[in-house]
Design a protein around this ligand. Structure first.
Ligand code: IMP
Length: 428
């Protein structure tokens, strides 16, 4: 197995959590490399549904080493809840001391920016992700390691007149363009002592888990152990390769693993794609179905955000987007999830290209906004897929759907999801 990367190949919510939960069984180390509390992985284990936002899916397996890398931005409240869950499952957690913490002020700024952007709002999760990453690149994050002492936290927040600089955003709040009640924060975001007290109230639960995550990953790989790197969001939301500005603020491709853990060669890079793409938040989506067909997919697939509960926009499979995702991200194989949701669908189409757009054209926001999808009608099927465990058990039309993806993306589909349970996946 060696180093395996699991990435979202679309706009997030592809069902990566389930795939990494399954593959985590054979991994020694499972590492989350980017994103923060904006992500939501839903796992169905027996009669229990578990939503994870920060810790990797390996925490649901006894005795795995679960890592949160330096490329993640950490919401402490979410983190301590998930640490308790890891304890329940008997798995270990190692947190990087350089992992930036999402502050109350970041959440406030996220909300303020969204209001200020008006009609061009990103539709962010308002979890403070963009502002937390901004502070990382400005080299002034409060990190998990700082939780070892209140003085370290205070030093970061008072260096270079940090709080004073935030007053620009705060004045918008005071100017009532946005009411403080609208911002989901536990303390007054501009109050230094309250912020420090809040952060330090988590310290005794977090600090014992802090260690050298990069050493752990490299040692494991050199010892021939299996390390699974778990991505959040998806290639189409990547800060470079997504439809900027309607993207998240981190590196969602395997470059995110390389940048943050310094691991550059992988044994497998798996792109997870849903049989029909979905998107939450704003931004172009050429194959979106804005009519009752989209409603129908949303209803069948329970397409509501794990983190924010927002309804997801649904559409037909977009093969040019999958080709770009594969090209720019290092993906070598696809796992297609939720194929069962397409059963009984009357009109089944896929987009094989955009009219008059060369296939190598980078799918920027403006390209996608103007793209006219060319649709192919696909034969549908009525058979229930949920009990299929071997590829040959799938109806011919479902196999044709998978084989079209392989042909059009020039890669293999190694796994197919036919239900929410751990065992409802067939490997080829
Ligand atoms: P942010 O990451 O909260 O700044 O949001 C930026 C964009 O990424 C918005 O369109 C969000 O809806 C989207 N986004 C962030 N995280 C996820 C996710 O886990 N799944 C799907 N969309 C996401």
């Amino acid at each position: 197995m060696g180093a395996i990367v699991i990435l979202g190949a679309q706009f997030g919510d592809e069902g990566k959590g389930k795939i990494s939960d399954v593959l985590a069984k054979d991994a020694h180390v499972v590492a989350r490399f980017q994103g923060g509390g904006n992500a939501g992985h839903t796992l169905v284990i027996g009669d229990r549904t578990i939503a994870l936002h920060l810790l990797p899916s390996g925490i649901c397996h006894e005795d795995k080493m679960n890592i949160v890398g330096p490329g993640v931005v950490c919401d402490l409240e979410v983190l301590v809840q998930e640490l308790a869950l890891a304890r329940e499952f008997g798995s270990r957690v190692l947190l990087d001391e350089q992992t930036p913490i999402v502050l109350p002020i970041h959440r406030m700024m996220d909300a303020v920016r969204e209001v200020a952007l008006g009609a061009r709002a990103i539709g962010s999760t308002k979890r403070g992700i963009g502002p937390a990453y901004s502070d990382f690149w400005l080299r002034r994050s409060v990190t998990l390691g700082d939780l070892r002492s209140a003085d370290s936290v205070r030093a970061v927040l008072t260096r270079g007149r940090y709080m004073e600089e935030m007053f620009g955003a705060w004045s918008l709040v005071r100017g009532e363009q946005i009411r403080i009640e609208q911002v989901d924060v536990r303390v007054h975001p501009m109050h230094l002592d309250d912020t420090i007290d809040l952060l330090m109230s988590f310290a005794d639960r977090v600090v014992p888990h802090i260690g050298d995550t990069r050493a752990c990953v490299h040692r494991a790989l050199d010892d021939g152990k299996n390390v699974l790197f778990e991505g959040a969001q998806g290639v189409m939301l990547d800060a470079y390769h997504g439809s900027r500005p309607f993207v998240t603020s981190s590196l969602c491709t395997s470059a995110g693993v390389s940048a943050t853990f310094g691991v550059h060669t992988f044994d497998r890079v798996i792109g997870v794609a849903k049989a029909y793409p979905t998107r939450v938040g704003a931004g172009p989506f050429p194959t979106e179905l804005q009519d009752e067909r989209g409603e129908e997919l949303r209803r069948r697939g329970h397409e509501f955000g794990t983190t924010t509960g927002r309804p997801r926009r649904c559409g037909y499979l977009d093969l040019p987007a999958l080709r770009q995702a594969r090209r720019v991200s290092g993906i070598e194989e696809f796992v297609i999830t939720k194929l069962d949701i397409l059963t009984d669908l009357e009109d089944l189409f896929v987009c094989d290209h955009y009219i008059d757009v060369d296939d190598y054209t980078t799918l920027t926001c403006s390209v996608l906004e103007n793209a006219k999808p060319h649709l192919l009608r696909m034969p549908g099927w009525n058979e229930d897929l949920s009990n299929c465990r071997h590829y040959k058990e799938l109806p011919a039309a479902a196999r044709a759907y998978i084989e079209l993806i392989e042909k059009q993306t020039g890669t293999v589909v190694s796994g197919i999801g036919v239900g929410a349970e751990r065992n409802q996946i067939l490997w080829r």
